[in-house]
Each structure stands twice: as C-alpha cells, then as structure tokens.
Design a binder for this molecule. Structure first.
Ligand SMILES: NC(=O)c1ccc[n+]([C@@H]2O[C@H](COP(=O)([O-])OP(=O)(O)OC[C@H]3O[C@@H](n4cnc5c(N)ncnc54)[C@H](OP(=O)(O)O)[C@@H]3O)[C@@H](O)[C@H]2O)c1
Length: 234
C-alpha cells in the first residue's frame, strides 16, 4: 500500500488489517506511518525519489510475491500555490510538473519496481487511485486542467501495465479506480457542492474500494472503474 498517510490510504490500511485476509501489510508513506496493528509494517518512500521506490520494493520483494498492491497517493492542491486551474490562463509549468510528478510519473516509477512483485501464478491485483475527472470522454465542465490531465495519463499507463502483466500472468489485474468523493484533506475545499449522501467517509470509501477489488476478474484488467463498479469511459 503506497500512500498510507493519506485519508483514503490510512483507511485502506486499517480495513486490510482488520479483514484478516492478509498475513502482512506494508504501509508505505513519505511522512511516516505509525502502525497500530501487529501485521502492519511501515515502509518509507518518496514518489519523487526513484531510489526510495527501488529500496522499498527490494525490502518487500525479499519476503515473497504480493497478492495486492494499492497506490493511493495523489495531489490536487497544496497551500496557496497549487490549486486546480479554472482556465488555461492559470496554467503554470512548475505547478503542472509537480502535479504530474505525484499523480503520473511517481505511480509509473512505483509500477516499474512493484509490478514484478505481483504474484506470478495466481490472481493478483494492482490498483491505482485515479479520479473520474481524469476521464477525457466525460469532461463536460473543463477546468482542473493539470489534475485531469495527470489522471488521464495515469489511466493510459495503467492500460499499458495491464497488457504487460497479462503476458506474465493471465490472472494478474491492473486497474484505475475512482473512489467517489471522500472526506479527506484532498477533497475538503471542494465539498460544498457535493450532493447529500455522496460524500463518503474515508472508512466508507475504503470499504467500497476493497469490495470492488474483491469482485475484479482478469477480464476487468486495464479498466477504469468507479467505487460502485461502474466502468468509466476513458
Ligand atoms: N478524496 C477524494 O474525494 C478523491 C476523489 C477522487 C480521487 N481521489 C484520489 O484518491 C487518492 C487518495 O486521495 P486522498 O483523498 O486520500 O488524498 P490525501 O489525503 O491528500 O492523501 C494523499 C497521499 O498522497 C501522498 N503523497 C503526496 N505526494 C507524495 C510524494 N511525493 N511521495 C509519496 N507520497 C506522496 C500523501 O503523503 P504525505 O502525507 O507524505 O503528503 C498522502 O499519503 C488520490 O490519488 C486522489 O487523487 C480522491
């Protein structure tokens, strides 16, 4: 699990730990994660530093193949400098580079080191948290240029990963998932217009995602799905 310090990531670690389905869970974060459960081990990495991803994968790989890899990192806003754009006039190369670094390039480099750790012979899943706004076909409002584009590019990469992993193991599954609107610091400034009943707690968001992942088959690999299992158009 990469992104264990995030709102959704922390809830995913907790849900995985209580599920009893996994012998060990690696909770990967940049800022450090205090495991509250015995079978959870903390793992440090920074998406912007390839050597930390290589070292994290090395450490885990030494203990055997993985059944599930979750990438729950992401960046939408930070401070007053990084904000979703309302118009192309607001585009800023440095902000775009930072958003792409966290949402697209970092997860891609993580895949470079973690995909080989997926179990080679049985059903195994790698799921990347994307966002519905990354759908090109579904974009009717515009805005949020960098975040949308970074997630669209992530979705394109996930499709590539699904094709390559299938060659090694027909039961491997690589997907991009939209968690819905989940009450975390990422969505906080944008929650005002969310219709009643459509803002999930982090615990609900994690439960939806794990239910969805449970139901995935190799036929779903390469797809982009919403929290309730509905496919999202690329
Ligand atoms: N919340 C929603 O409503 C919503 C909706 C659609 C999609 N999503 C997607 O769901 C995912 C999780 O979102 P969230 O709401 O849980 O966000 P969040 O609470 O802001 O968590 C973001 C996570 O990304 C990590 N991260 C950022 N930059 C990093 C870096 N350079 N290296 C390593 N980790 C880094 C953060 O680590 P630090 O603690 O070290 O900063 C944190 O663990 C994201 O991909 C987001 O785009 C969320």
């Amino acid at each position: 699990m990469l992104g264990a310090s995030g709102g959704i990531g922390a809830a995913l670690v907790e849900a995985l730990a209580t599920s009893g389905d996994f012998a060990k869970i690696y909770a990967g974060s940049r800022s450090g994660f205090e495991p509250s459960r015995l079978k959870v081990e903390s793992l440090n990495f920074n998406l912007a530093d390839e050597s930390t991803l290589a070292a994290a994968a090395d450490r885990i790989g030494a203990e055997g193949p993985l059944d599930l890899i979750l990438v729950a990192t992401g960046l939408l806003h930070r401070g007053t400098h990084i904000r979703p754009e309302k118009s192309y006039r607001e585009l800023d190369a440095e902000v775009m580079a930072e958003i792409f670094s966290v949402n697209t390039i970092g997860p891609a480099i993580a895949a470079k080191y973690f995909l080989p750790l997926l179990h080679p012979r049985r059903r195994s899943v790698i799921a990347f948290l994307s966002a519905r706004v990354g759908s090109i076909g579904d974009n009717r409002l515009g805005g949020w240029h960098s975040y949308r584009a970074s997630k669209a590019a992530l979705n394109a990469l996930v499709r590539c990963f699904s094709i390559e992993t299938r060659v090694r193991n027909r039961d491997a599954i690589a997907v991009a998932l939209h968690p819905g609107t989940v009450d975390t610091s990422l969505s906080m400034p944008f929650q005002r217009n969310v219709p009643a009943g459509q803002l999930f707690s982090a615990e609900q968001g994690a439960a939806h995602l794990l239910d969805l992942i449970d139901g995935l088959t190799p036929a779903h690999s390469g797809g982009f799905f919403a929290w309730n299992g509905d496919p999202i158009i690329y």
